[in-house]
Design a protein around this ligand. Structure first.
Ligand code: PLP
Length: 386
């Protein structure tokens, strides 16, 4: 591959990804160093509840740093198995309503490690077409046959299960809340299908844990299907404001993964400061449901303001996609908004399917109602002008 040509071609098609270094200010604001103009309102962060800067989360992170140093020093199966990991795993298992849990370095590593541990060459994976890249990479690494079904289309899934279930193990893998569309998986119907066809079911709750369910246990809790999901995956990097990830499941499954998941076995344990933050955040999620209510009140306020500007049907969650279609137009509108103080991501292929470029607004508790209303008006105007 000629790298320079590749870059030129992608730049021409407005498909080149670029890093934008920022500095965070309070109240959901960002500054881009070197750029003049006002600070930007951040609509691209997954720190939905603002826990990354919560006083207790920061204090416990500092405390664990002082207690145990900066790094674990080894993989957990060597000498790195700190007692604090087990505390966090117990808390997470409780939050997710499962017997046990296992920590991973990140959500990406969890998906890449767990899927190949569960299925192999003679097995099949049934995957929602809009699953996150880390799920796809886990599927590829497993060497199982990957069968993709239309997004959230359980009729299509059932048809494929009839035809291709096969004799081996079968794994169905979905997200409970889709990260680029903000829509939910029909989990209640899905658990029936998985039982009918005797499949394993893995649900990625990266964007749902901490936000949905009475105790913040995610959409599996809200939908009452916790006991029927074989593996619940989630990350600490989003609503929990920290870093790292987990799988929650049965004790025997966790024991199996400790022996089989290569991204667990061959990777250093998470840093103590990160565990301190995750422990505090997990506790806050369970004890302070008011934070979730506050967030969804703001989501409602933003959607109502968008509706006043003619934008409706924006889905059921804190992730608000505004469909644009063409990548260049999406980039152009994102830039126009940025010039007016609104930082939102233009999500383009290959992250989303061809022809479905969009602006993705992610609502956090940091954003004030005034900011949300102002943003909605600017979004309406930018769309009309483009
Ligand atoms: C963000 C995300 C991941 C990856 O999690 P990290 O902890 O950021 O590596 C996995 N799955 C989904 C659906 C995600 O949105």
């Amino acid at each position: 591959m000629d790298i320079r040509n590749w870059l030129t071609e992608h730049k021409k098609k407005d498909l080149l990804r670029r890093l934008t270094p920022v500095k965070r200010l309070p109240e959901g604001q960002l500054v881009v160093p070197g750029q003049t103009g006002p600070s930007l309102l951040d609509f691209s962060s997954n720190d939905y509840l603002g826990l990354s800067s919560h006083a207790e989360v920061m204090a416990q992170s500092r405390h664990f740093l002082e207690l145990a140093g900066c790094g674990a020093g080894a993989a957990r199966l060597m000498s790195g198995d700190l007692a604090m990991y087990h505390r966090l795993e117990e808390e997470v298992a409780q939050l997710k309503g499962q017997e046990a849990a296992l920590l991973f370095g990140s959500g990406y590593l969890a998906n890449c490690g767990v899927i190949p541990a569960l299925v192999g060459r003679n097995d099949a994976i049934f995957a929602d077409r809009l699953n996150h890249a880390s799920i796809y990479d886990g599927c590829s690494l497993s060497r199982a046959k990957v069968i993709r079904f239309h997004h959230n289309d359980l009729n299509h899934l059932e048809e494929l299960l009839h035809k291709q279930r096969g004799k081996g193990e079968a794994l169905i893998v979905v997200e409970s809340l889709y990260s680029m569309d903000g829509d939910r998986c029909p989990l209640r119907d899905l658990v029936q299908l998985k039982e009918k066809f005797n499949c394993l079911l893995m649900v990625d709750e990266a964007h749902a844990t901490g936000l949905f369910g009475e105790n913040g246990g995610g959409i599996i809790e809200e939908d009452g299907v916790t006991a029927r999901v074989d593996l619940a995956m989630g990350t600490f990097g989003k609503a929990l404001g920290s870093y790292g990830a987990y799988i929650a499941s049965t004790k025997s499954m966790i024991e199996f993964l400790i022996n089989r998941a290569r991204t667990f076995i061959y990777s250093t344990g998470l840093p103590p400061a990160v565990i301190g933050a995750s422990l505090a955040a997990t506790r806050i999620i369970r004890q302070e449901p008011g934070l979730r209510r506050d967030l969804f009140a703001k989501v409602g306020c933003f959607k109502a303001a968008l509706a006043e500007n003619g934008l409706t049907n924006l889905g059921p969650s804190q992730i608000v996609p505004i469909m644009i279609g063409d990548s260049s137009r999406a980039l152009h509108i994102a830039q126009a908004l940025r010039d007016q103080g609104i930082f939102a991501t233009a999500v383009r292929p290959p992250t989303v399917p061809e022809g479905t470029a969009r602006l993705r607004f992610s609502i956090t508790r940091h954003l004030s109602r005034e900011a949300l209303q102002k943003a909605a008006a600017l979004i309406g105007a930018a769309l009309a002008a483009s």
